[in-house]
Design a protein around this ligand. Structure first.
Ligand code: DQQ
Length: 549
C-alpha cells in the first residue's frame, strides 16, 4: 500500500478518488453485479451536482470501474442526480428510478433505462423525455426540498407497481409516500402513505422488502407468502439507519410495524456506528438478500481534500430474519473467504483477568477475525445501574480502565507496537435489574475509538449497543473485519453491527497488531479464534477500464 495513502482500503469498496456517498440498490444482471453510487467527479467533498457512479463485478469482491451511468443533463435533473433504486421488470429489464434536482431546485423523481439490454455491463443509460414522473405540486402538499430516494418498486396482486419516496412534513412527521403505476411510467400518488411516524423528521433512502419467516434465504421484492416485511429508513436528523419489522397489509396498502421507530423508545439500527443510506437487493443467483451501507469519513473535510477521497461502502452483508422474528441478522457475504490467506487459530485458551495476548501470524491491518468467548462465572457480573439505558453512553463513560466483574473482554485491533494507539471492540456482561426480562443478563458491545489515533483532529466517538443474547446458554461471538481505516464488527452472530472509521498514525501496515484482551476481574475462555490475513481485492484499480471521470 502507498505509504502516503495509509487509509485506503484493501477490500472495502471505494472509487479511485473523490467523494462517494449513498449507494443505490445494486443488482445482478446477466451474471454481472452492478453497484451504483453517489459520486462527485469534481472533488473529495459532497457537491449538489452529484452523478451516478457505476462499477461492475462478477463476485461482489473485485470491482471494475465503469463510466458514470448518468450525469445531470435534463431540466428534471440539471442540478443533480441524487439517490434512487433499480427495479427489474418481469421481462428482465432493469429500470432506474432516481431523484433529480430540477431547474427550480425542486426534488422530482425520474426514470432511466438501459440503451442496450444485451450489454451485460449496462454502460449506457437513457433518461425518459417524460421526466419527471413524480413532482411536488400545490395539490399534493409535498415539500420540494423533502421528496427523494425512490425505492425498488414492487408489484401488487392487482398488477400495479408500487414505490415509496421519502419525505417529511413541516412538523417533522416522517413519511413513506406511496405511488402506484400500471406501466411504470405514469405514477399516481396514493392518498395514504405506506407508513408515517411523527417526530422522526426527514426519511432518506427508505427500503421496503420481504423477509421469509424461516431460514436465511432472501426473496424477491414483490414476493408474498410466509414473510414479514421490513421498512428501513435513514433518519436525516440522526444520520443513522433504523429498521422496523412488521406486516404489509396488501388490501389497504399500508405497512403496520410490530414496533414503530419511536414506539419502543428507539428502533433497532442496522449498524450502531458510522453507517448510513443503506440499501438491499435480492441476489437471485444465490437466493439471498444483500445489504450495503455508506460509511463516511470521521476526519475533517480538509484531510479528505488532502487525501483526495472520501467515503467507503461497508462490506456487503447477507441479511435475514432471526428465528425470534424480532430482529434482523447480518453476516459478511461468503465471498470474503476468497480473500483469506494465512490463518491463526486458537482453541480453548484461557484469558486471565487483566491479560492481553497477541494474535501472531496475521497481517493485522487487513484481516478477518472470528472469536467466540465463554464466560463461566456469570454470577460475578455486576448489576447494571438502572440509569444505564443508553449503551453508547455506557461504552463512552466506562472506558477500559474501569473494571466490572465480567469484562470488558474482546479484541484490540489496529494497535501500535507500544500500545499508544488501538481500537477496542469488546463485551461487558451485567446482571439485569429488570425482573420482568426473560434473561438475567444484559450484554453490552462497544467499539471504542477513543485511543485509535494520536491525531486528535478526527472524530473518535465511541459506539455501543445491547446484544440480545443470554450468556448462560449461548456463546458470545465477535467477528471483526479490519481494513486499514475501517473496523466493521458483528456481535452475537450478526445481531449487532458496529462500524467505525479510524486513522492511526503508528498502527499502519506492518506496524499494526492484533490482541485479545480481558480487563475484567474474572478469567474468560476463548473457545475458538480464527484470524485470517486478507489479500487485497481489485477495486476500481483496473487501468484498462474506462475512466470513471
Ligand atoms: N444524499 C443524497 C440524497 C439522499 C442522501 C444526495 C443520503 O438523495 O437522501 O447525495 O446520502
Amino acid at each position: 500500500q502507498d505509504v502516503n495513502q495509509p487509509y485506503r482500503t484493501g477490500y472495502h469498496f471505494q472509487p479511485l478518488r473523490n467523494w462517494m456517498n449513498g449507494m443505490y440498490r445494486p443488482m445482478i444482471y446477466k451474471g454481472i453485479y452492478h453497484l451504483f453510487y453517489q459520486y462527485n467527479p469534481y472533488g473529495a467533498v459532497w457537491d449538489v451536482r452529484i452523478v451516478w457512479g457505476h462499477s461492475t463485478s462478477t463476485d461482489l469482491v473485485n470491482w471494475t470501474p465503469q463510466p458514470p451511468a448518468f450525469n445531470p443533463s435534463q431540466p428534471s435533473d440539471i442540478n443533480g442526480c441524487w439517490s434512487g433504486s433499480v427495479t427489474i421488470l418481469p421481462n428482465g429489464t432493469p429500470v432506474i428510478l432516481y431523484t433529480g434536482i430540477d431547474q427550480n431546485k425542486s426534488q422530482v423523481q425520474n426514470v432511466a433505462v438501459p440503451v442496450n439490454i444485451s450489454d451485460p455491463y449496462l454502460r449506457e443509460w437513457s433518461k425518459s423525455p417524460g421526466n419527471p414522473l413524480m413532482a411536488p405540486n400545490a395539490v399534493n402538499g409535498i415539500n420540494p426540498d423533502r421528496f427523494r430516494d425512490p425505492t425498488t418498486a414492487w408489484l401488487g396482486r392487482d398488477g400495479e407497481w408500487r414505490v415509496i419516496v421519502g419525505s417529511s412534513t413541516d412538523d417533522r412527521r416522517g413519511l413513506a409516500i406511496l405511488y402506484k403505476s400500471r406501466d411504470f411510467f405514469n405514477w399516481t400518488q396514493s392518498i395514504k402513505p405506506l407508513h408515517y411516524e411523527d417526530l422522526t423528521g426527514m426519511w432518506e433512502c427508505p427500503d421496503f422488502f420481504p423477509v421469509p419467516i424461516t431460514g436465511s434465504d432472501g426473496v424477491e421484492t414483490s414476493s408474498f407468502g410466509e414473510v414479514k416485511h421490513v421498512l428501513k429508513v435513514s433518519l436525516f436528523e440522526t444520520l443513522h439507519d433504523y429498521y422496523t419489522i412488521g406486516s404489509y397489509d396488501r388490501e389497504k396498502d399500508v405497512y403496520v410495524p410490530d414496533l414503530g421507530f419511536v414506539q419502543n423508545g428507539s428502533a433497532p439500527r442496522l449498524d450502531y456506528g458510522k453507517y448510513y443510506a443503506s440499501k438491499t437487493f435480492f441476489d437471485d443467483v444465490k437466493k439471498r438478500r444483500i445489504l450495503w451501507g455508506w460509511v463516511n469519513e470521521s476526519s475533517p473535510a480538509k484531510s479528505d481534500i488532502e487525501k483526495g477521497w472520501s467515503g467507503l461502502q461497508s462490506f456487503p452483508r447477507k441479511i435475514w430474519l432471526d428465528e425470534s422474528g424480532k430482529e434482523l441478522l447480518q453476516w459478511p457475504i461468503e465471498e470474503i473467504e476468497t480473500l483469506r490467506v494465512t490463518q491463526a487459530k486458537w482453541h480453548n485458551k484461557v484469558i486471565r483477568a487483566g491479560s492481553t495476548i497477541q494474535v501472531h501470524g496475521v497481517s493485522a491491518a487487513q484481516a478477518d477475525v472470528e472469536v467466540s468467548f465463554k464466560v463461566k462465572e456469570l454470577e460475578k457480573a455486576d448489576v447494571i445501574e438502572p440509569s444505564w439505558t443508553d449503551p453508547q453512553k455506557i461504552c463512552s463513560q466506562e472506558d477500559l480502565s474501569v473494571k466490572s466483574g465480567l469484562g470488558p473482554f474482546g479484541l484490540m485491533v489496529l494497535a501500535s507496537n507500544d500500545m499508544e494507539e488501538y481500537t477496542s471492540v469488546y463485551f461487558r456482561i451485567f446482571k439485569s435489574n429488570d425482573t420482568n426480562k426473560n434473561t438475567n443478563y444484559v450484554v453490552l458491545m462497544c467499539s471504542d475509538q477513543s485511543r485509535s489515533s494520536l491525531n486528535e483532529k478526527n472524530d473518535k466517538t465511541t459506539f455501543g449497543a445491547f446484544v440480545a443474547i443470554d450468556p448462560s446458554h449461548q456463546t458470545l461471538s465477535l467477528r471483526t473485519l479490519i481494513d486499514h481505516s475501517i473496523v466493521e464488527s458483528y456481535g452475537g452472530g450478526g445481531k449487532v453491527c458496529i462500524t467505525s472509521r479510524v486513522y492511526p498514525k503508528l498502527a499502519i501496515g506492518e506496524s499494526a497488531n492484533l490482541f485479545v484482551f480481558n480487563k475484567g476481574t474474572q478469567s474468560v475462555d476463548v473457545l475458538s479464534l480464527s484470524a485470517w490475513s486478507l489479500k487485497s481485492a481489485h477495486i476500481n484499480d483496473d487501468s484498462l477500464s474506462p475512466s470513471i471521470e
